[in-house]
Design a protein around this ligand. Structure first.
Ligand code: HEC
Length: 240
């Protein structure tokens, strides 16, 4: 009888382990960082004119923060399968081959749809394109991104919703809010309005003491972006 119980627990254990993990990481350590290939099909790395169509801090990090580095997944605490995808140095340390998106596991696993896992939505074509172009230009830690922002644009549709989409949907879209964002919904007007009215939206975005710092795990939004949201609230938080 003991033997049978033992066998059952071994089988159950193996089952649990295999359902909680993914394929082992297929790229050998030596292949992680390859030097830039010297040919004309790649960006000229000596050029003084940077490729500004994609910028890590502006376009790429928010994707990793919102869709991957979530509580219980690839945040620094959970570090699921050894992947902490919350900082530049960790993102490029594993599964990324500079200048080669198709050899970059972090990219291909998103193209195949295997990641992110339910209920986090798969990355859309814009997000995939940002990651691809960033890897193809050598995955630099570009920080001085030009943030396209105009404090005179503060309607809900133009000034507020796009910020929510880029920095907050990963954890606060309706489909994922219960699991990733404590039920706070920010992909609807009424959801954002509620957080505006209770004061938490601005408190969190301004990183005021006593508030949560949002976006969770990510950099503070720019002053311009926070001003857009503040002006929207000050002008009645309309559904405009
Ligand atoms: C990586 C996931 C993640 C991202 C991205 C994120 N949040 Fe959150 N957010 C959370 C979690 C988790 C909580 C719940 C915190 C708690 O109660 O422990 C939360 C809570 C909140 C709350 C309620 C705070 C309170 O005091 O109850 C607001 C408001 C909020 N987030 C706004 C935002 C905004 C605005 C953005 C985008 C700029 C954002 N969040 C991005 C995970 C995230």
């Amino acid at each position: 009888m003991r033997k049978i119980i033992f066998a059952i627990s071994v089988i159950a254990g193996v089952f649990l382990i295999t359902t909680c993990t993914h394929k082992p990481f297929p790229i050998p350590k030596s292949a992680i960082i390859t030097p830039p290939p010297i040919d004309s099909t790649h960006h000229d790395t000596t050029s003084t004119v940077p490729d500004t169509s994609v910028c890590f801090q502006r376009d790429v990090l928010p994707i990793f923060i919102g869709s991957c580095a979530k509580p219980g997944c690839h945040d620094p605490i959970t570090n699921a399968e050894g992947y902490d995808l919350s900082t530049y140095s960790n993102i490029i340390s594993k599964g990324l081959v500079k200048y080669n998106s198709s050899a970059s596991y972090l990219y291909t696993i998103c193209v195949s749809g295997e990641m992110p896992t339910y209920p986090t939505p798969k990355l859309d074509s814009t997000q995939l394109s940002f990651i691809k172009r960033w890897i193809e230009k050598g995955a630099p830690n570009d920080t001085n991104c030009i943030v396209y922002c105009d404090t005179n644009k503060y309607t809900f549709a133009v000034g507020v919703a796009p910020i929510m989409q880029k920095y907050c949907y990963g954890c606060h879209a309706t489909a994922v809010a219960a699991t990733s964002g404590k039920g706070v919904i920010l992909d609807t007007y009424s959801g954002v309005l509620g957080q505006a009215q209770n004061g938490k939206l601005l408190g969190d975005l301004n990183h005021l003491s006593g508030f949560y710092y949002m976006p969770l795990g990510g950099a503070k939004l720019s002053d311009c972006q926070i001003t857009q949201i503040k002006k929207w609230i000050d002008n009645g938080a309309l559904n405009n």
